[in-house]
Design a protein around this ligand. Structure first.
Ligand code: TNX
Length: 549
C-alpha cells in the first residue's frame, strides 16, 4: 500500500519537474480502429530529438513526410537517414521497412514498438503512409521534448480497396493550399482516393491548352446565385466568379498526394453538365447559333440546356481534351461523369435525332451510352479505365466501366448483377452537402438529412449481394461534397467533420470492431483535438441529431 503511494508520488513529482516530458496518446484512441492491437510488452520506446528516422530506399519521401508531420505536431525534429548510410550512434530509431514477406496484403502495415525501436513494415506507399499515420496518433498533439511510447504490436489493413472523398471545385473553387489540406485530411483518415470534380455547368477548373476558350470563357461566370436555387425571386451577387488550376498547380497537387498515399481521379463531366463547355464553344451544343452563358444558378437538370450535340466537332473535342487531361494524371481511372443528362434537348434537336437513327441507337439513352463508350475508347488508348455515375447504366455498357452509384441500394445491386464493379456513394447517407441537423438555423445546405450516426451505420455491401455471393463487386465507397452552398474553406470543414471520420472507419475497419459509443469517445478524446490542431471547423452538435428510426 505504502510503496504504491510513494511510487505515485514520485512519478507525479518527476513529471512536474520535467516540463516537456509527455505521455503518449493511447493506442485505444487510434481511428479508424485497427484490425489487431496486441499490448503484451511492459516497456516503452523513448522518442526524443536524437531518435533517428531510418528508411529503406522505397520510403525516402515518406521518411521526410514523417519528419515534417512529427515536427509540426510535437516540435520534435528528428534526423532522417537512409538505412545504407553511415550515421552517428543513436539509442532509438523509427524504422520504415520494405517487407513483402511479412506483409501479405495491399495497403497493409505492421507497427511494432519494442526494445529500442519503433518499426513500420509495409510493401507499398499506402501501407507505409497508414503506418506513419497510426504512429503519429500515438504522439500527443503538443510541444514536447520526449515521448515514451508503450510497447505494442499493430497489424492493420483496409476492409475496402476503394476509400474515396470527392470535392466539387466548380460551384465554388478552393486554393491549391486548401486542396493540399483536404488531401492531408484524407491521408490522416486512411482514405486512398481523391475524386476531383473539375468541370460542370458553372465552370471549367483545369487548364486546357488545346481548347483555350475553355479557360478564357468557360472558367468564368458573370455572377452567382444567392441563397437556395428554389427561392423566388432568384437573387444574384453581381460579382464575376471563376478561375482554374494551371497544369503546374495540378502536378504539384498530384505529387503532394502521391507522397501521402492518395490517388487523384479527375472528373470531366459529359455529355450533360456541359454548359460551361458550350458557352466557350457553341458549335458543340444542340443550338450552335446560340450564345450560351456559363451557368450562374444551380440545379440545371431539365431546366436549362447543358448537353453536347453528337457531331464531328464534339467527338474531336472529346478525344483531344480527354487525352490531354489523361496525360496529366497518373491514375489508372478517369471519371467521365454521365450523371443527370437531360434528354429533352436531344429530343428537340434534328441533328441529334438524325445521329440516333444513323447509328442505330435505340433512343436518347442509347445516345448517352454512345458518348460514354466513345470517351472510354479515347481513354483506353491512353491505358485508362473509366468510372461514371450510375445513370450511364441506362444503356447497355461494357463491363470494364466502373459504376459510381449515387442512388440507393437498388441501383448498386443492379450494377453488380450486371457484372460491374461498384463504388457506393448513396445520397443517403454519403452526401456531405446534405444537412446533418434539423436545426432551422443550421447553415444553408441543399436538402436531406445525413446525421453522423447514419454515416457510421452505413454498410457498403447490400445484404442481397452478400446472400448471392456478389459482395465482391462492391469495391468501396465515397463521401461526396458538392459545393453549391459551400463557399468557404470553413464551411467545407464544417460539412465533412466529423462525418468523414465516421466514413473512414466504415471503409477501413472490420465490421465486428465497429461500435458507435466507442467511436464517439475516441472522437472526443483524440479526433476533435486534431480538428482543433488543424484549425479546422467542425459540426459540434452531432450527438443531438440522430437518424430517424
Ligand atoms: C446531383 S449527384 C449532382 C450534382 C449536384 C448534386 C447536389 C450527381 C452525380 N450530380 O451535380 O451538385 O446533385 O447534391
Amino acid at each position: 500500500m505504502r510503496s504504491t503511494f510513494y511510487i505515485i508520488l514520485t512519478t507525479t513529482l518527476l513529471s512536474l519537474s520535467i516540463p516537456f516530458l509527455s505521455g503518449a496518446q493511447s493506442v485505444d484512441d487510434v481511428t479508424p480502429i485497427p484490425v489487431e492491437v496486441i499490448k503484451e510488452g511492459r516497456g516503452h520506446v523513448t522518442i526524443d530529438g536524437k531518435t533517428q528516422i531510418v528508411f529503406d530506399k522505397q520510403y525516402g519521401a515518406q521518411a521526410e513526410f514523417m519528419r515534417e508531420m512529427l515536427a509540426a505536431q510535437t516540435g520534435l525534429n528528428l534526423p532522417v537517414y537512409p538505412n545504407t548510410a553511415t550515421k552517428p550512434k543513436a539509442s532509438h530509431h523509427i524504422r520504415l521497412v520494405f517487407d513483402s514477406k511479412a506483409i501479405d496484403k495491399d495497403e497493409m502495415y505492421t507497427l511494432t514498438v519494442s526494445g529500442k525501436d519503433v518499426t513500420i513494415r509495409a510493401k507499398d506507399t499506402g501501407g507505409m503512409v497508414y503506418g506513419i499515420q497510426t504512429l503519429l496518433q500515438l504522439f500527443p498533439v503538443k510541444q514536447v521534448r520526449e515521448v515514451k511510447i508503450p510497447d505494442v504490436q499493430i497489424k492493420d489493413y483496409p476492409r475496402f480497396a476503394y476509400r474515396g472523398m470527392h470535392l466539387d471545385v466548380v460551384r465554388h473553387m478552393f486554393p491549391v493550399e486548401f486542396i493540399k489540406k483536404y488531401i492531408d485530411y484524407l491521408s490522416f483518415h486512411k482514405f486512398n482516393t481523391f475524386h476531383w470534380h473539375l468541370t460542370d455547368d458553372q465552370g471549367w477548373r483545369i487548364e486546357i491548352e488545346s481548347y483555350p476558350k475553355l479557360n478564357t470563357v468557360g472558367s468564368w461566370r458573370k455572377e452567382t446565385l444567392i441563397g437556395h436555387f428554389k427561392d423566388q425571386p432568384a437573387r444574384y451577387d453581381g460579382t464575376r466568379y471563376g478561375g482554374y488550376y494551371t497544369k503546374d498547380e495540378i502536378l504539384e497537387v498530384i505529387n503532394y498526394a502521391s507522397v501521402r498515399g492518395i490517388d487523384i481521379i479527375p472528373e470531366i463531366d459529359i455529355p450533360g453538365h456541359s454548359r460551361a463547355t458550350i458557352a466557350a464553344y457553341p458549335e458543340l451544343s444542340t443550338r450552335p447559333d446560340t450564345t450560351w452563358d456559363v451557368a450562374t444558378t444551380w440545379g440545371m437538370y431539365n431546366r436549362q440546356n447543358n448537353v453536347l450535340q453528337p457531331n464531328p466537332a464534339t467527338f474531336q473535342f472529346l478525344e483531344t481534351v480527354f487525352q490531354e487531361v489523361a496525360d496529366l494524371f497518373p491514375s489508372e481511372y478517369f471519371h467521365l461523369g454521365g450523371d443527370e443528362t437531360s434528354k429533352i434537348w436531344w429530343k428537340a434537336d434534328p441533328v441529334s435525332q438524325a445521329f440516333i437513327k444513323e447509328h442505330n441507337l435505340k433512343d436518347e439513352k442509347g445516345l448517352q451510352t454512345y458518348f460514354v463508350e466513345q470517351v472510354a475508347s479515347y481513354l483506353a488508348a491512353k491505358g485508362k479505365k473509366v468510372i461514371g455515375w450510375h445513370e450511364i447504366l441506362e444503356g447497355d455498357l461494357s463491363k470494364s466501366t466502373l459504376i459510381m452509384n449515387w442512388g440507393g441500394e437498388k441501383e448498386g445491386i443492379a450494377a453488380a448483377r450486371r457484372g460491374h464493379q461498384v463504388i457506393m456513394s448513396p445520397g443517403k447517407p454519403l452526401y456531405f452537402d446534405h444537412y446533418q441537423s434539423k436545426d432551422p438555423n443550421d447553415s444553408l445546405a441543399i436538402h436531406g438529412y445525413n446525421p453522423l450516426d447514419a454515416v457510421y451505420a452505413f454498410e457498403p455491401v447490400p445484404k442481397a449481394l452478400r446472400e448471392q455471393k456478389l459482395g465482391h463487386y462492391i469495391i468501396g465507397a465515397q463521401g461526396n461534397l458538392w459545393t453549391e452552398y459551400i463557399g468557404s474553406q470553413a464551411k467545407v470543414q464544417y460539412m465533412i467533420f466529423p462525418r468523414m471520420t465516421a466514413l473512414s472507419e466504415v471503409l477501413w475497419s472490420p465490421v465486428e470492431k465497429r461500435n458507435y459509443t466507442d467511436f464517439k469517445s475516441r472522437l472526443k478524446s483524440a479526433i476533435i483535438p486534431r480538428y482543433t490542431f488543424w484549425e479546422a471547423s467542425y459540426f459540434p452538435h452531432y450527438e443531438q441529431w440522430t437518424a430517424e428510426k
